[in-house]
Design a protein around this ligand. Structure first.
Ligand code: FE2
Ligand code: FE2
Length: 447
């Protein structure tokens, strides 16, 4: 049995890599937290075949430390670095984006001498993981649903827990969640059908006029997670487009139905939805408020802003904390790995290019996304936004406003008036008009 160590502190990425290596190659991984632990392990297990490691864990130069140890001891261990490394050594292979699990599986197969260039053609995992919480939005499943139980160090057994077509109780799902179970499994052959079924159910629920605002926000947050994950994994298909459009329609509807911005923001920020979704929805609410006060009537602009907010940080899906960085100073002080630094620096441009490749998305959204940190090139951050189109400036100011709200929520302390900060930051004439439009709403609230 090959010995493979995995060091990845992001839970989602860790699952993605472990589950797929196990499914395609039948290997198990020895989980380690950092370089210090791994060097300890290598003293007792010097024949480890492969170490798959994040480039940096917190402040530790994990990959560098392990590489040096392996070179010094002349060990035959290969290292796959998840991220970037300047001048990697002869035993090191870098996979810049750890979400590229197919690449990791393929390299691992080569290293283990599994002499198969077409691992994916020959071996298919029988079951695919699906987050348990997705099942809270369903009353029955279109395919059989299993839980995975470890039988031996190398074997798993799949036990059917939900029968295709049979209604199940939500309490049973809550119980699994309380016990800490994160994934159910569905047969690989039924995965696509299951995703379509789930997307359609979410659309149906979001479009039900009887749901109150809190339920609708929760449904939107869940749908956002399903839609963005599917888009990153499989690209756009008719279901993910329908799901995205329904979430966006609800973002605009929430705003028009519930007229008070502060109340709506409060409900979103205090909902049990993901951080990335909350930021997106709140940006579209604040931008809509500016546009309403600026007497913009063209509804297609409201829609564009909602689309842009939905997608603007989609590359941070597995790294939500990176979406908190909103200035060059914050980026430089964040102590990130080279790969993450680059991702933050270029994400506005890269996301805009991703959107351009998809004609399904309305025209003009890529430009707003490219500008969302103030730089016209989509690289880095800028506060001189006067040359950018008005709609980009509205988005940037709404984005900054939401960042400050979150900073206050997470950091605590006395809230300083956000508009004053905005006036200090953006001094171009158009920006001042946009900030004043927000100030109008906030002053109205006080009176
Ligand atoms: Fe961003
Ligand atoms: Fe953002």
């Amino acid at each position: 049995m090959p010995q493979i160590v995995l060091i990845e502190d992001n839970k989602n990425l860790n699952d993605l890599i472990s589950i797929n290596l196990n499914a395609y190659l039948g290997v198990d991984l020895i989980q380690q937290n950092n370089a210090a632990d791994t060097l300890g392990l290598l003293t007792i297990l010097p024949n480890v075949d492969l170490i798959i490691t994040k480039d940096k864990v917190l402040n530790e130069e994990t990959a560098r430390i392990i590489e040096k140890y392996i070179n010094d001891k002349n060990l035959d261990t290969t290292i796959i670095v998840l991220g970037k490394l300047r001048q990697p050594g002869p035993n090191t292979i870098c996979v810049e984006d750890p979400r590229e699990w197919e690449k990791i599986v393929q390299i691992t197969a080569q290293i283990l001498g599994l002499n198969t260039n077409d691992v994916f053609k020959n071996i298919k995992p029988e079951y695919i993981p699906m987050p348990v919480k997705y099942f809270l939005n369903l009353d029955y499943s279109c395919s059989d649903v299993f839980i995975r139980i470890r039988k031996s160090p190398t074997e798993f057994q799949f036990i059917k827990r939900i029968h295709k077509g049979d209604p199940y109780l939500k309490e049973s799902i809550h119980r699994y969640l309380e016990q800490g179970l994160e994934y159910f499994f569905v047969p690989e052959s039924e995965q696509k059908q299951f995703s379509i079924f789930l997307s359609n159910k979410l659309v149906e629920k979001m479009e039900n006029p009887n749901h109150n605002l809190a339920t609708r926000i929760q449904l939107m947050g869940d749908s956002y997670e399903v839609a963005t994950k599917e888009i990153i994994r499989l690209g756009f298909n008719s279901e993910t487009i329908q799901l995205t459009e329904s979430i966006i329609a609800n973002m605009i509807k929430n705003f028009t139905l519930d007229n008070e911005m502060a109340n709506l923001l409060h409900k979103v920020i205090n909902s049990k939805t993901g951080n990335l979704f909350q930021r997106c929805h709140m940006i579209s609410i604040v931008a809509n408020e500016c546009m309403r006060n600026l007497k913009i009537k063209d509804m297609s602009i409201y829609e564009k802003i909602a689309f842009a907010s939905f997608f603007h940080d989609i590359l941070f899906l597995d790294k939500e904390q990176l979406s908190k960085i909103n200035s060059q100073k914050e980026l430089d002080e964040a102590d990130l790995s080279e790969g993450d630094w680059d991702l933050v620096f270029t994400h506005a441009l890269e996301t805009a290019q991703f959107i351009q490749r998809h004609p399904e998305i309305p025209y003009g959204i890529d430009e707003i996304i490219k500008h969302h940190h103030g730089s016209s090139s989509g690289k880095g951050f800028s506060e001189s936004i006067d040359t950018l189109p008005d709609v980009s400036q509205i988005f940037i100011i709404a984005h900054q406003f939401v960042h400050q709200l979150f900073a206050f929520k997470e950091g605590g302390g006395r809230p300083s008036p956000i508009v004053d900060e905005l006036f200090k930051k953006y001094t171009a004439p158009e920006a001042i008009i946009i900030i004043k439009s927000l100030e109008k709403t906030l002053k109205k609230k006080k009176n």
